[in-house]
Write a protein that binds this ligand. Structure first.
Ligand code: RB5
Length: 143
């Protein structure tokens, strides 16, 4: 499995934790930055992660900013992207089962590192259910 990861300064420390966690599991992580806690603009990191997911260079993306909202809104401008803002593992599971989310977005300033790891674990192992959800997701991409 390959994952693209990105954050702004508010998500930087959580990004380091999640990158280390994934690499320890043998998962390849393509890190699109940011690489310090210096103030930056979250769209600059949302777009390269979203493009990498759209091009199918990776299986999933993981992005984070302070609230998760800014970086999530930016990623969802991409036609092939379904980025889901998740704050617990049940929501992360449902984002895969029902929405076929391909990017997990986390609110770095409002989630513990333990809960963030649970979200990542749940997100990457859960399959899309298809069925009635297939048509709903298609109505998103058809628009
Ligand atoms: C940065 O201060 C903060 O605005 C950003 O991380 C994010 O929360 C925006 O949605």
């Amino acid at each position: 499995m390959k994952i693209a990861i990105g954050s702004d300064h508010a998500g930087f420390s959580l990004k380091v934790i999640l990158k280390n966690y994934l690499e320890e599991k043998g998962i390849q992580v393509n890190d699109f930055g940011t690489f310090t806690e210096e103030s930056v603009d979250y769209p600059d990191f949302a777009h390269p992660v979203a493009e990498s997911v759209e091009k199918k260079e990776v299986d999933f993306g993981i992005i984070m900013c302070g609230t998760g909202n800014g970086i999530n809104i930016a990623a969802n401008k991409h036609k092939g992207i379904r980025a889901a803002l998740c704050w617990n593992s049940d929501i992360a599971i449902l984002s895969r089962q029902h929405n076929d989310a391909n990017i997990l977005t986390l609110p770095a300033r409002f989630i513990s590192k333990e809960e963030a790891i649970k979200c990542v674990e749940s997100f990457i192992k859960t399959l899309f259910e298809g069925g009635r959800h297939y048509g709903r997701v298609k109505k998103i991409s058809d628009f």
